[in-house]
Design a binder for this molecule. Structure first.
Ligand code: PEP
Ligand code: CO
Length: 464
């Protein structure tokens, strides 16, 4: 065993034993496509292996430190983006609107919670999706399921559904384009971010909390202006924000090809994203995903659903974070509003009594998905809000801390989730339902949720 220090003050961590970037291949692997042409797959992976990485090891380690601070209550994590990106949606307005809503939400949270926010997008690589069945049947035709643009295409034809290794290269390219644009936008600063009066806040009029919300937005504007007046110029740190990326590291061939060693650092980094997570369907201990994740040095997250027992969770935590390393592990619980009261407390008690200190993050989206009579897959804003509300209270009662939120959202004015200030109904869903996978919060619902978090946390709402 090799024991190293990352930096003074941080616990020793070690290289995983008997691990290599390909050791997952000897484990049972769920949710992996079958490539009809193995030689073609090998050629694409060899090419991918030579391409430049998408992120750097120093960005990864700096995010790990920020997440460690979030676990201690000194920051709050905002992680959000599309359920799945698609190659067609790699366009300027979609990317910039998504970034904008995340940054606006984070300003609301910074101001209200009086805590710095760690901003992490679910994008620049969120191209693979887990499916409940390997095969989809329509009439008398059965074809492989659509697994995201990194694997195949959604059209119901044999050609579209064939797992195509060239898509691995395209996925890398589209992630790089997205990342490049985001870095440029962040570097240039979004001017209207500093002027909440330019935000699209017409929805506030429809909320029973409109006075409170107006005060909150005014308060943000006043604080920014006050600080800028003091500094005598626009403040740089408001213009440049840190932004990190994450995705579900589902397709292990792709992740392996981007797992690299770097000069003057020990160990292995997944350089396809800063912060990969293990989805609920692939979090079994002994499975390929857990094997892959235990050996990379990135901060990692795992989705925890309502059927996980305290024993299972503790074994998983032992494998993924054997040294209780600050910032290493985030547990994203996604129980559903109806189940969180019964399922979360025993897990928190187990973690606490073991002296473990992961960052806890609530995903109030994935346990609250339902399919309506008209066939639409939706989520009710009320359930999303309820789960998040309860999560804060349950953590407080358990003596643990909710340090972040994980959301599916878009900057567009879609109608996919029901409710919110404008009270979208079942009939509204037909108007602008664009997701091919899970329903997302739209621009207004996302900002509303950020304001509700501030309200819940007793944040400052009066103007300064
Ligand atoms: C997701 O985040 O899109 C997802 C599939 O979540 P989960 O693994 O929690 O079901
Ligand atoms: Co989803």
């Amino acid at each position: 065993m090799v024991t190293r220090k990352t930096r003074p003050g941080i616990s020793p961590v070690r290289e995983a034993e008997n691990w290599s970037p390909s050791s997952w291949q000897a484990r049972p692997h769920e949710q992996q496509p079958v490539y009809p042409d193995a030689a073609e797959l090998d050629r694409a992976l060899a090419q991918l292996h030579e391409l430049p990485p998408l992120v750097t090891s120093w960005e990864i380690l700096s995010l790990k430190n920020l997440l460690a601070e979030a676990a201690e209550g000194r920051r709050f994590l905002l992680q959000g983006g599309d359920c799945a990106e698609s190659f067609d949606d790699c366009t300027s307005p979609l990317i910039s609107n998504r970034l904008k809503v995340m940054l606006q939400m984070s300003l609301v949270l910074v101001h209200g919670l009086k805590l710095p926010i760690v901003r992490v997008g679910r994008f620049a690589g969120q191209y693979a999706k887990p499916r409940s069945a390997d095969i989809e049947t329509r009439g008398d035709i059965s074809l492989p399921s659509y697994r995201g643009d990194l694997v195949n295409a959604p059209a119901f034809t044999a050609d579209a559904r064939r797992a195509d290794p060239q898509r691995l290269i395209k996925g890398h390219a589209h992630s790089a384009m997205t990342m490049n644009f985001i870095r440029a936008l962040i570097d240039g600063g979004f001017a209207d971010l500093h002027h909440p009066e330019y935000w699209d806040l017409a929805w506030v009029e429809h909320s029973p909390l409109q006075d409170e919300y107006r005060q909150m937005v005014e308060g943000i504007g006043n604080s920014l202006r006050f600080m800028e007046t003091l500094a005598g110029q626009p403040i740089d740190s408001f213009q440049r924000v840190d932004f990190y990326t994450s995705h579900e590291a589902l397709l292990l061939h792709y992740e392996q090809a981007l797992t690299r060693q770097v000069p003057r650092q020990w160990g292995w980094f997944n350089l396809s994203t800063h912060f990969p997570w293990i989805g609920m369907r692939t979090a079994a201990q002994g499975g390929a995903h857990v094997e892959y994740f235990r050996g990379i040095r990135n901060p990692i997250a795992v989705k925890v659903g309502p059927t996980v027992t305290p024993d299972q969770l503790m074994r998983l935590v032992d494998v993924l974070d054997p040294d209780n390393e600050p910032g290493r592990l985030t547990l994203i619980h996604r129980m559903g509003a109806a189940k969180i009261e019964s399922t979360l407390p025993p897990l928190l008690a187990a973690i606490k009594s073991a002296g473990r200190k992961p960052l806890f993050c609530c995903d109030p989206m994935h346990g609250n998905t339902e399919t309506l009579g008209n066939g639409f897959k939706t989520r009710r804003f009320q359930n999303i809000r309820d789960e998040l509300d309860r999560a804060f209270d349950i953590h407080a009662a358990a003596g643990t801390r909710l340090g972040g939120v994980h959301l599916e959202l878009t900057g567009e004015n879609v109608t996919e989730c029901m409710g919110g200030a404008r009270d979208l109904t079942e009939t509204d869903l037909t108007r602008a339902y664009k997701s091919t996978v899970d329903p997302r919060l739209n621009y207004e619902q996302s900002l509303e949720l950020a304001m509700l978090i501030v309200r819940k946390r007793g944040g400052v709402v009066a103007s300064t």
